[in-house]
Design a protein around this ligand. Structure first.
Ligand code: ADP
Ligand code: MG
Ligand code: MG
Length: 920
């Protein structure tokens, strides 16, 4: 065939052959590639052709002009379809009608709706009626065409047509549009045409070629329509993909009761169950099913109404599923008992369905374990472990509105419209959902107490979405259909018409973006009850290279994490144990005299005799320390038992001491008040003096971490003794404890060398006293930039590194996390100054610093063990970076362990793929 344009813009299919195929989605869009592929696979498709995405891009590049020769090529392609169907485009005797369908690479809301029955005019209509002998059908097709073309291409308000249709139904006493007879439809078509004339100032285009030209251009134009642009921006889809246009021979589902149209999934997209799932309507066309013109019966009913077609459809569904090796979402039409396939694509599915389908398909031998892992998203795992709405409750609930699924989970509560009200109501024991037009840092206190958050404005990186994800609250954001009025404390959906006022219970589904009336029951997500999820994660374990450890401070947490599959504890924070119950008093007691006692001990060790006061301070200090040592040993025994046989990294005391004391201002007020009314206690005054003496300008950069251990060695000495003695005790009871002692905040190798020297002496003392050798290791956290930069030196003194990426991020950026996240950082992310919140996902520069430390550390000590224990260890995107850096394990909170197992496997697959790519 001659090609008129310089490039090949057109790919046709028909008669069992196609010029395109499934691999050409970039050029043909999803729909076009699918139609081509189905045709080659021998499935019944109506012939047609795709105008490529490249044509769309060239159209815009040329200032909205069709590229030279394209129109001639379109006409030639139409000729080919005419030949294949034996019909003529615009031919009154035997008219060819087509649909014009947009089709980008990714299916996208906001793109042009499909125009059906294009090619109809007064003349071809009469041909169609004569040919089919069905007058009603002809007029129905015609009025649909004017309506669709008018609304979609000529941009006449759809409501005007709807009103006219309703009026016609009322006049004829018809309940449904199928009840209108030929005469009524003829009158309606005439009215539709006059609506077009009034609205556009021109007659409805009669010429088939002109209709086609206008429709193609309308599809192109919709690529840069506002809705499509917004969607692309939100989803990160590039603007230069362009959309394809598909011109497809019409098949008619509205030719009577032996005709119909429907949509079906090859498996249930909600549960993943292997059954055909969908709906269909007889005597209907196009979108009637989706639009809900009539209530559509379940597809199973087709089995009785049209058994042969059903059997064929079922066979085709299975064939397509096998062919694409994934669940398909299918569109079909039956014309007088003949089945036509109009679309196939991979089906969207819930988290539960995704997991079940992937597991089943591996068992069926359709896909490999690796492919199953590739198909499950970390978000799916996350969703399955959060509380969810009871499916029956959801089914019965009244939907209010739909927004963006910004943070998963099910939230139920009374609607409140301000953060202060949220806090007030929460204090009196009400569960609330915070409803705002949008949120700002001023709303944080309300968000923190709310069960969930609902906003009318803002996308996936809006304040509400970012904060909600961070604090783990369900959130539906950007619910544009919701009109919120703070003055009257009401909200109303412009879409559903449902409204609610302050105090009404609502249910917010952060996983789907749906908002419902009333309190829907929720179900606890239990890991133990999800065999398919466990199966998938078992495969992930086979695939991943990095281990997944957990951050746990208590035996219960450790046990839970183990249940989730944790392979060790990467961070056990000892200071959490200092804060509980009576312990805080003991710790405070020690802190009060810590300075004096430590200095006194140094003098004593140098041979000086101590004063009575100093002696008393030492006694008091040692007594407190001895009590702490016993308590800590008990804690460690519990942890070691829970993690029997698995490594436990215990971090020695880290925070500045003032964190264990009352707030300076409060204590000052207390003492001042007491003084004015008769005198403060000595205790309170002493406490105040200590707080003042420990006061620092920048405590996060002050006396903490290893610095504290070097200044007041007893803290870390008793901790080391407690760890070793706990190990000895658990071992004697038949257990296998594995301890790793971690020294935080090292910036200079000497800090580590000295601390280690100090603690090794302590360890030896414990060993000789108990007369056993204990297996333990010393390592450090890399969380100060200088530590990372000198990792080669530090590795001489360390058996392992664990990256403390919270501090490392703070110190690399020079942000104080508490101040940044509560304030400017969210603005930074919203406005794109920073692409991501670096406390959520590892920043590349921080990851670069880690890589440097890994390389330097391994250069000194090739078997140095390397892990991460910052919160990033549970974030999928950060886990990918950890894989690339070459860490041995990631450690995260117990709840994130399953997600991390999957993410680590996906990261391993990605790195294998990129290695294979490099070797090519
Ligand atoms: P969407 O992208 O919204 O799915 P489609 O292009 O698939 O839009 O078309 C919308 C509806 O019109 C679908 O139900 C589809 O099956 C139907 N349709 C599209 N082209 C034809 C055709 N040539 N014959 C009959 N029905 C069609
Ligand atoms: Mg479709
Ligand atoms: Mg730290």
């Amino acid at each position: 065939m001659t090609q008129y344009a310089k490039k090949r813009y057109i790919y046709a299919w028909g008669d069992g052959r196609a010029e395109g195929d499934a691999s050409m989605r970039d050029l043909l869009g999803g729909k076009g590639a699918g139609l081509a592929e189905m045709t080659t696979a021998g499935l019944p498709t109506p012939p047609g052709f795709t105008i490529t995405t490249e044509a769309c891009n060239d159209y815009f590049a040329a200032g909205e002009q069709l590229p030279d020769g394209l129109w001639e090529d379109v006409l030639a392609a139409v000729r080919e379809v005419e030949r294949s169907t034996g019909k003529g485009f615009g031919d009154p005797a035997n008219p060819l009608l087509v649909s014009v369908r947009s089709g980008a690479k990714f299916s996208m809301p906001g793109m042009m709706d499909t125009v059906l029955n294009l090619g109809l005019n007064e003349a071809t209509l009469h041909g169609l009626i004569k040919l089919t002998g069905n007058e009603r059908f002809g007029w129905d097709a015609y009025r649909r065409f004017i309506q669709m073309f008018g609304r979609i291409v000529l941009e006449v308000s759809g409501e005007r047509f709807e009103h006219a249709l309703e009026a016609a139904k009322a006049k004829a006493g018809a309940k449904q549009d199928t009840d209108l007879d030929a005469a009524a439809l003829r009158d309606l078509a005439a009215e539709f045409r006059s609506i077009v004339r009034e609205d556009t100032g021109r007659d409805f285009p009669e010429d088939a070629a002109e209709q086609l030209d206008l429709a193609i251009k309308a599809v192109f134009a919709s690529w840069f329509g506002k809705r499509a642009e917004d969607y692309r921006k939100n989803q990160g889809i590039p603007n230069d993909l362009g959309t394809a246009v598909n011109v497809v021979t019409m098949v008619f589902g509205n030719m009577g009761d032996d005709s119909g149209t429907g949509v079906a999934f090859t498996r249930d997209p909600n549960t993943g169950e292997k059954v055909l799932f969908g709906e269909y309507l007889t005597n209907a066309q196009g979108e009637d099913v989706v639009a809900g013109i009539r209530t559509a019966p379940k597809i199973a009913q087709m089995q009785t109404e049209m058994p042969e077609v059903y059997a064929e459809f079922q066979r085709i569904g299975q064939q397509l599923e096998k062919h694409y090796r994934d669940v398909q979402d299918l569109e079909f039409t039956i014309e007088r008992g003949r089945l036509y396939m109009l679309q196939t694509r991979s089906a969207k599915r819930t988290a539960a369905a995704a997991v079940r389908i992937a597991a089943d398909m591996v068992d069926e031998g359709t896909i490999s374990k690796e492919e199953a892992i590739a198909r499950i998203e970390p978000a799916h795992v996350d969703q399955l472990l959060r509380d969810q709405f009871d499916p029956a409750g959801l089914e019965a609930a009244t939907r209010i509105a739909k927004g963006l699924n910004a943070s998963p989970g099910a939230a139920v509560g009374r609607a409140v419209f301000s953060a202060d009200t949220a806090v007030e109501w929460d204090e009196r024991g009400e569960r609330v959902v915070l409803v705002r037009i949008e949120t700002s840092p001023d709303d944080f206190h309300g968000m923190a107490v709310a069960q969930g958050i609902l906003t009318a404005r803002g996308g996936a990186t809006s304040h509400a979405a970012v904060v909600a994800r961070q604090i783990g609250k369900p959130c539906v954001a950007g619910c544009a259909e919701l009109v919120i009025d703070y003055a009257t404390k009401t909200a109303r959906s412009t879409d559903s018409g449902v409204s609610f006022i302050e105090g009404d219970e609502i249910s917010v589904d952060g996983a789907t973006g749906q908002v419902y009336q009333g309190a829907i029951a929720t179900v606890r997500a239990r890991f133990e009850d999800q065999p398919e999820l466990q199966k998938i994660l078992g495969w992930a374990d086979e695939i991943r290279r990095m281990e997944v450890w957990t951050n746990a401070d208590k035996p219960e947490e450790a046990a839970q994490a183990r249940g989730y599959g944790a392979q060790g504890i990467g961070l056990c924070r000892t200071e959490h144990m200092f804060r509980e119950g009576e312990r805080l008093d003991i710790v405070r007691d020690a802190i009060l005299v810590a300075g004096v006692a430590t200095r006194a001990k140094t003098r004593r060790d140098a041979g000086e005799t101590l004063s009575a006061d100093d002696g008393a301070a030492v006694t008091r200090f040692d007594a407190a320390m001895a009590k702490l040592e016993v308590l800590q040993q008990g804690d460690f025994e519990g942890i070691f038992r829970a993690m029997d046989g698995l490594p436990v990294v215990v971090r020695l005391i880290d925070p500045p001491l003032h964190e264990f004391l009352p707030n300076l201002e409060e204590q000052l007020v207390k003492v001042t008040r007491a003084e004015s009314t008769g005198g403060a206690s000595e205790e309170d005054k002493e406490l105040l003096a200590t707080i003042k003496s420990l006061h620092e300008q920048n405590p996060m950069l002050g006396l903490r971490g290893c610095r504290l251990g070097l200044m007041i060695p007893d803290f870390v000495k008793i901790q080391t003794r407690a760890i070793l003695n706990a190990q000895i005790a658990v071992k004697r009871a038949g257990g296998s404890p594995i301890a790793k002692i971690m020294i935080p905040l090292v910036g200079h190798v000497n800090e580590l060398a000295r601390t280690r020297h100090l603690l090794e002496a302590e360890a030896r003392a414990v060993e000789s006293k108990a007369d056993v050798k204990v297996d333990y290791k010393f390592g450090t956290m890399i969380e100060v930039p200088r530590g990372a930069l000198t990792a080669d030196e530090i590795a001489r003194e360390a058996d392992f590194f664990s990256f403390g990426t919270n501090d490392l991020t703070q110190m690399t950026f020079g942000f104080s996390r508490d101040d940044a996240e509560g304030g400017f950082l969210l603005k930074y992310v919203e406005e794109g100054i920073l692409p991501i919140n670096p406390f959520q996902t590892l920043d590349d520069a921080v990851a670069g610093l880690m890589k440097l430390a890994v390389d330097k550390g391994r250069a000194t000590k090739p078997d140095l063990e390397l892990g991460i224990c910052g919160e990033h260890g549970g974030d999928p995107a950060s886990i990918f970076k950890c894989e690339a850096i070459g860490l041995d394990y990631v450690s995260c909170s117990p709840f994130r362990v399953p997600v991390a197992r999957l993410a680590a496997a996906k990261a391993a697959l990605a790195s294998q793929a990129s290695m294979a790519e490099r070797d090519k």
